[in-house]
Design a protein around this ligand. Structure first.
Ligand SMILES: [Fe+2]
Ligand SMILES: [Fe+2]
Length: 461
C-alpha cells in the first residue's frame, strides 16, 4: 500500500466549505446517470460536481442572488443534506438498492454533512438578516395587523407562475413545470414540520400536532397529502417517486423547501418557524383556489385536483389554527420579546415564497420560447474566451444554470437542449446558437455519439 501525501492549500480554512461540498458531491450517488429523469431510487440525485466546482463558496449568497447558479448548486446540496435526516425508502423495496441506502445514510457522508451543514446554511440563508428588517414596537397587536396585511396582499395578489402558465404557447408543459416544483415538497410533505413536534411547549404544541396529523391523513395512507399529490401527478402521466424530477427543481423552490428545514433543525429559530409556518398555511388556501382555476381551464376534467381541493379547504382551517393557536398564542404566552422573531418568520416566508413564484415563472417563459432565444443567441455578441464542453451519448445527464447570461453554440455533432421535464427537447445541430438568460436551468444530452459546444459570455450584466 502506498501513502499519498496531499498538500493542503494555504487558503484551506477560508475555502474549505467548497472542498467539503465537492467531496460530498463527488460520491457516486450524486454524479448522475444518462436518463433525464431519475429512476425510483431516492438516494441518487445529480449534484453536477463539475458545475459545483465553479462555485465560489467564500462569498455568501446575497439577497439578489437567488436565481444564480451559485444558489442552485448550494440549495441542491443543502436539500440533499436535509433529506438525509429523514427516512426515505423506495416504494418497490430495497432489493438491489441496499448498497445505496447504506452509502446515503452511512458514516462517511454523514460526517461530511455534519461538518458542512452550518457553514452551508450560513452561505445560503445568511442574506435573510440583511433583507428582512424587523424594528419598532413589537406587540401582539402589531403582529396581528402585520399578519393580516401580508395575507390579504397575498390573497388579492396575482401568482406570477400561474400567469406565466396561462400565457404560455404550450400551457400543458408549463403547468407540468409548476407541478414539478410543487413535487419537491409535495412528495415529502410536512417533513420539516415533524422536527418541531418533540419537546414540551404547551397547547401550541398540540395545535401544531393537529395540523401535522392532517398532513398525514390522520394515519390513513390513502388520504395522506403526499399520496393525493402523487395522484395529481399520475393524472398527468408524470412520475411519482422521490425525486424523479430532481434535475428540474429550480433554485427558488429549492430555497423555499430548504428554508423550513433550516428553521426546524435549530430550535433557536423556533419562533421564526412559527411565524413562517403560519404564513404558509394561511396563504396556501387562496393560492390553491387560483391553481384549480388555471388547471381546469387548461385540462378540463383531465387532471386530478383532489390535492388542490383538499388544500383549498383544509388550509383555511390550518390558517386559522396556526394564527390563533400558534402564532398569537405564542406571542401572548411568551411576551413581546418573541414577537420580532415571529414577525421575521412571516416576512422571510413571504420573501422566499416570492422567489419560488418568480423563478418558476421565469423558467416557464424561457422554456416556452426557445425559438426566440435561438434568434437572440445568433445575434448576440461574445466576450472573452469561451468554455468548451464535450458530451457523449454515455455522459450522465445534469442540468445547471449560469450566474450571467451565456450563449451556447453547438460546434460538433447533434444534441438535445432540455429545459423542461415533460416538453419536447430542442434539437441542436452544428452552428445552432441559443441565448441562455442568467439563472435559467438547462441540460444538454448528446444525440450523436459525441457533441461539443461552446459557452460564450455576452458581457451583459
Ligand atoms: Fe398539506
Ligand atoms: Fe396545511
Amino acid at each position: 500500500m502506498t501513502m499519498q501525501h496531499v498538500s493542503v492549500p494555504a487558503d484551506a480554512g477560508i475555502d474549505s466549505l467548497s472542498m467539503r461540498a465537492l467531496s460530498f458531491a463527488r460520491n457516486p450517488l450524486f454524479t448522475g446517470d444518462v436518463p433525464v429523469l431519475h429512476g425510483p431510487n431516492p438516494y441518487r440525485r445529480m449534484l453536477v460536481p463539475d458545475a459545483l466546482a465553479e462555485v465560489d463558496f467564500t462569498r455568501p449568497l446575497g439577497a439578489g442572488d437567488w436565481p444564480t447558479h451559485r444558489s442552485l448548486a448550494a440549495h441542491r446540496l443543502l436539500g440533499t443534506f436535509y433529506e438525509a435526516e429523514t427516512v426515505l425508502l423506495p416504494e418497490q423495496g430495497l432489493t438491489g438498492l441496499r448498497g445505496d441506502f447504506d452509502a446515503f445514510y452511512g458514516e462517511e457522508l454523514r460526517r461530511l454533512r455534519e461538518g458542512t451543514l452550518s457553514d452551508l446554511e450560513r452561505f445560503a440563508f445568511g442574506c435573510l438578516s440583511d433583507e428582512v428588517d424587523v424594528s419598532g414596537t413589537c406587540t401582539t397587536d402589531v403582529l396581528e395587523a402585520y399578519f393580516q396585511h401580508v395575507t390579504t396582499e397575498s390573497e388579492q395578489g396575482e401568482s406570477p407562475a400561474l400567469n406565466a402558465i396561462a400565457a404560455a404557447r404550450r400551457p400543458e408543459v408549463a403547468a407540468d413545470t409548476y407541478l414539478v416544483q410543487l413535487a419537491l415538497d409535495g412528495l415529502t410533505e410536512a417533513s420539516a414540520m415533524s422536527r418541531n413536534l418533540a419537546g414540551a411547549y404547551g397547547p401550541e404544541q398540540s395545535a401544531l400536532f393537529k395540523i401535522f396529523i392532517d398532513e398525514f391523513g390522520y394515519g390513513v395512507y390513502e388520504t395522506k397529502h403526499t399520496t393525493i399529490f402523487a395522484k395529481m401527478l399520475r393524472s398527468r402521466a408524470m412520475a411519482t417517486h422521490v425525486h424523479a424530477y430532481w434535475n428540474f427543481y429550480l433554485s427558488g423552490p429549492l430555497a423555499t423547501n430548504n428554508y423550513y428545514y433550516y428553521l426546524s433543525r435549530d430550535h433557536a429559530k423556533f419562533f421564526r418557524y412559527a411565524g413562517a409556518v403560519t404564513y404558509a398555511e394561511a396563504v396556501f388556501a387562496p393560492a390553491f383556489v387560483k391553481m384549480i382555476k388555471t388547471y381546469r381551464e387548461i385540462f378540463g376534467d383531465d387532471v386530478d385536483l383532489h390535492y388542490c381541493d383538499e388544500h383549498a379547504h383544509i388550509d383555511e382551517h390550518h390558517g386559522r389554527i396556526t394564527r390563533d393557536q400558534v402564532l398569537l398564542a405564542l406571542a401572548e404566552r411568551h411576551g413581546p420579546g418573541v414577537v420580532p422573531e415571529l414577525m421575521r418568520g412571516i416576512a422571510e416566508a413571504r420573501l422566499i415564497g416570492g422567489w419560488f413564484e418568480e423563478d418558476t415563472a421565469a423558467q416557464i417563459r424561457w422554456a416556452d420560447d426557445i425559438p426566440h432565444h435561438r434568434e437572440l443567441g445568433a445575434a448576440a455578441e461574445h466576450a472573452g474566451e469561451p468554455q468548451y464542453v464535450v458530451r457523449t451519448a454515455e455522459s450522465p445527464f445534469g442540468t445547471r444554470s449560469h450566474d450571467r447570461e451565456a450563449v451556447l453554440v453547438l460546434e460538433r455533432g447533434e444534441a438535445d437542449l432540455v429545459t423542461s421535464a415533460t416538453g419536447e427537447p430542442e434539437r441542436l445541430v452544428r452552428g445552432d446558437a441559443v441565448l441562455i438568460p442568467a439563472g435559467r436551468v438547462y441540460g444538454v444530452s448528446a444525440v450523436s455519439p459525441e457533441c461539443r459546444y461552446l459557452l460564450h459570455d455576452t458581457a451583459r450584466p
